[in-house]
Ligand binder design. Sequence first.
Ligand code: FMN
Length: 205
Amino acid sequence: MKDLKEVYEERRSVNFFDSSKDLDEETLKKIMDLAVLAPSAFNLQPWEVIAVKSPEAKQRLYDAALKQPKILAAPVTLIMVGDKDAYTEANEAWWYMRDVGIPDDKILGNIDFAKNVLYNTDLKRNNFAVRNTSFLCMSLMYAAKYYGVESHAMIGFEEDKIKREFNIPDNKVVVLLISLGYFDESKTLYPRLRRKKYEEIVKVV
Ligand SMILES: Cc1cc2nc3c(=O)[nH]c(=O)nc-3n(C[C@H](O)[C@H](O)[C@H](O)COP(=O)(O)O)c2cc1C
């Protein structure tokens, strides 16, 4: 079993997937079940995932994603979708708060605050969808690594095309594509690119 530090150190964006190795649904489910422990605002989980597996669907996604070869090679690519409307009372996740004893008037107050203050412009609604779904994305890539599955995140795609091809409505955002599978051992990855240092990133005030 990998510990968390190893998961962080060993996760790479794998460019080359072994197309002869499938990713079974049981493993994908285990990855997802772990990944959804990611936090989200009010625990609203404003996300959906389309798992692109069939050769026909892969071809459509490949055409909408700058023909990135990993989409055809990987056994599955996930379309990570954020829901800009998931802060309304229609989202049943609001009511999960009842399970831990939060009273209805408090929940209704939160819904009101979300509607009238936090997410009252289209930019805020878009940020809500993208920020929260991004947490799921990273959580998912670490969960995959934990189960021995490699990943590759991509924002190189035409969102309009993906939405058209996969019937994603206008109130939703395509946040990221994530290919999952196993490394093609006949290939070599570049060494990991250097990261900015603490001093370059952190400003203590
Ligand atoms: C939001 C995001 C978008 C990315 N989009 C692409 C992409 O479209 N195509 C691609 O080949 N790599 C893409 N990458 C992979 C990055 O190039 C890669 O994560 C980075 O170079 C660091 O390498 P590492 O993940 O192996 O540590 C993306 C990564 C992230 C986080």
